[in-house]
Design a protein. Structure first.
Length: 327
């Protein structure tokens, strides 16, 4: 089998899973609703996991504290949306989107800033030491969760969808929730932007070159360390964006939400191949679809369906769908 064909095969997995589920679900309308819900969940998980994929793939850093930035982004967005009741309670979807976009920008800025401090104080001393990275970043996340409890409290806080984004559009008998369609659009935009930056811009080419031959790039006068700090900040900001999307998806917030999502994130990254943006995208779609289909067909199986999916993928490709591609 040629290398080109092997690279295309993983792209067929999500459509194949959707087609396999159609006769099992039975109803076309129910299948369409579940499929869009699965794609939306997958896109949100991709946004969250893409930041960690960047950090590991380009910096070789195992950041188990990634969940902190997810929770931080969600709580910051909740604080931003609170005073914007005039926009969030309006039936106008445009005004709702303005409010959410504002919350996303602030959440990404705060998560990115905290990510910069996290890299300098916690991650920088343990570059190249994976075991220490795991331990110290997990400790940083636990401390961060306690700080979140101090600021916003330990209790669960509701984060309802804006008025214009509630409900669903009807396509025949299929009900497609408005917010999930928007989540799919945001996820596609993030994926396209990441591919463009990494493959088509000078900064992306320099970062990728620095991963392959750091000394050569530094000899040309470029400061790789600064670029890598920028990668960590960008990854943290993406986690903050994903936290906003996940909080609105769940419609409630708890300080431990980042740690709870971490397991799903690592499943996606392992399925996709460590460091692969394209693999992360395909893996997230598979995880989202699998969770929704099994939740409908066999709720008891849904608890471990994604672990089963990961095992099956690794039996086929032990290093993940796109191991080492860094794309």
């Amino acid at each position: 089998m040629s290398a080109a064909l092997r690279n295309r095969l993983p792209l067929l997995l999500a459509p194949a899973l959707a087609l396999l589920a159609l006769p099992l679900v039975g109803s076309l309308s129910s299948w369409a609703t579940l499929t869009v819900a699965g794609l939306a969940m997958g896109m949100i998980v991709f946004i969250i996991a893409s930041g960690l994929t960047l950090i590991f793939g380009l910096m070789d850093v195992l950041n188990f504290g990634h969940g902190l930035f997810i929770a931080l982004g969600a709580f910051v967005a909740m604080s931003v949306l609170g005073p914007m009741a005039a926009l969030t309670t309006s039936p106008s979807m445009l005004l709702n989107l303005v409010a959410i976009a504002s919350a996303m920008v602030v959440a990404m800025a705060v998560a990115g800033a905290i990510g910069w401090a996290f890299e300098r104080a916690i991650v920088r001393p343990v570059y190249g030491q994976h075991l220490k990275q795991i331990l110290i970043t997990m400790g940083g996340m636990i401390i961060g969760e306690e700080i979140i409890k101090v600021i916003w409290g330990p209790q669960q806080i509701p984060l309802p969808l804006p008025e214009g984004l509630r409900g669903a559009w009807l396509f025949g008998d299929a009900a497609i929730e408005k917010y999930r369609v928007i989540a799919v659009g945001v996820g596609l935009a993030v994926f396209a932007a990441m591919l463009w930056v990494l493959a088509r811009t000078k900064i992306g080419l320099l970062i990728r070159a620095g991963v392959q031959d750091r000394e050569m790039v530094e000899s040309l006068g470029y400061r790789i360390r600064r670029m890598f700090v920028g990668v960590f900040v960008a990854g943290s900001a993406l986690a903050g964006l994903g936290g906003v999307m996940w909080g609105l998806y769940q419609q409630n917030l708890v300080p431990q939400m980042g740690a709870q999502v971490n397991i799903l994130i690592f499943i996606v990254i392992i399925i996709g191949g460590l460091g692969s943006v394209g693999g992360c995208f395909v893996g997230a779609l598979l995880v989202g679809l699998m969770a929704n289909y099994t939740g409908f067909l066999a709720p008891k199986v849904a608890l471990f369906s994604n672990i089963l999916l990961m095992v099956l993928i690794l039996l086929w490709r032990p290093q993940g769908l796109y191991a080492g591609s860094k794309q």
